[in-house]
Design a protein around this ligand. Structure first.
Ligand code: RIB
Length: 308
């Protein structure tokens, strides 16, 4: 495996995760008693930044936070994880937060996320970190901050020939001009369904959705399919990515973030597509055996041991 340390720029949000675990999710209007509670670190962008740093990358992270307890914790977290923070503090705004229900029987989850200060990000704010984007090998963004901010990041990365990855989560419909800016798009089944109108459950349906995304101008499509693995579809080949089972699944929160980060690191290291996808699946496979989002991300050594 290549030993180079890829430079990855992540744009996204931080959220303090308030995680309730129980034997079932509450129905609307119902109160259920949780069997456990923990406060963890989340936000898809921050999770991806931490996963990439633990997996051996040199990571910069751009976001907005408030001047509050959650924001202070976020800054401490990035320092501890070796993530270069490009965070802007907006004193009048709250830092993001997420309410997460985890089903103890399946490890599945349901999430409500408030982006806090990050919902005020504007495209012009991304312009201020253009030099940092230009210096990276891979640019990664999701959709928890406004879409036009994600688009601006993708445009700047393109301008500097930095490889672009869009993880279109949470599921939102996107303006047509965003797709051609993506070298890689990594939706899950739900997100792929929303972007294409194809209800994605099987590999065949995933391939149909992936081909529609290619037609919209995306360079390469990877649709994650939970415990079934993932489907890669590009201009010249289509193949399945086997899931990597590393033990019982206790919490799937952040698995998509781990997969996205692992793929970005693999690409940045110069691995082949199948190798980068195996690296991503291994990272995600380890993360679901642990509780929490950022907390569940493995180190490079753990990934390398699992790959052997
Ligand atoms: O992808 C998982 C993340 O989504 C959680 O950490 C939560 O904060 C939400 O942003």
């Amino acid at each position: 495996m290549s030993t180079t340390r890829p430079r990855i720029f992540v744009l996204g949000i931080y959220a303090a995760d308030l995680v309730f675990t129980g034997s079932r999710m509450p129905a609307p209007g119902e109160t259920v008693t949780a069997s456990n509670f923990l406060r963890g670190h989340g936000g898809k962008g921050s999770n991806q930044a931490i996963a990439a740093a633990r997996a051996g990358a040199d990571v910069s992270f751009f976001t907005f936070i408030g001047d509050d307890a959650f924001g202070h914790d976020a800054v401490e977290l990035w320092q501890h994880e070796g993530v270069r923070s490009k965070a802007v503090v907006i004193p009048t705004q709250a830092t993001g937060a997420a309410g997460i229900f985890v089903d103890s029987r399946t490890g599945g989850n349901a999430i409500t996320v408030f982006p806090g200060a990050s919902r005020l990000m504007l495209p012009v704010d991304v312009d201020k970190v253009e030099p940092d984007i230009a210096e990276s090998d891979v640019f990664v963004v999701q959709l928890e901050q406004p879409v036009d901010v994600a688009r601006r990041g993708l445009e700047l990365a393109r301008r500097h020939r930095v490889t672009t990855i869009l993880n279109p989560a949470p599921a939102l419909s996107l303006p047509d001009d965003v797709f051609p800016l993506c070298d890689f798009i990594l939706p899950n089944e739900t997100e792929a369904g929303l972007l294409t109108g194809v209800s994605v459950g099987t590999f065949d349906e995933a391939e149909r959705a992936a081909r529609m995304l290619l037609k919209k101008g995306v360079g390469n499509v990877i649709i994650t399919l939970g415990e079934k693995g993932a489907l890669y579809c590009g201009p010249t080949q289509t193949f399945l990515v086997e899931p990597v089972g590393m033990g019982p699944c206790v919490d799937t929160t952040g698995a998509g973030d781990g997969f996205t980060a692992g793929f970005a690191v693999g690409l940045g290291k110069g691995l082949s597509l199948p190798e980068a996808l195996k690296f991503a699946a291994t990272l995600a496979g380890i993360s679901v055996t642990r509780h929490g989002a950022a907390a569940s991300m493995p180190t490079l050594t753990e990934i390398e041991v699992a790959l052997k």
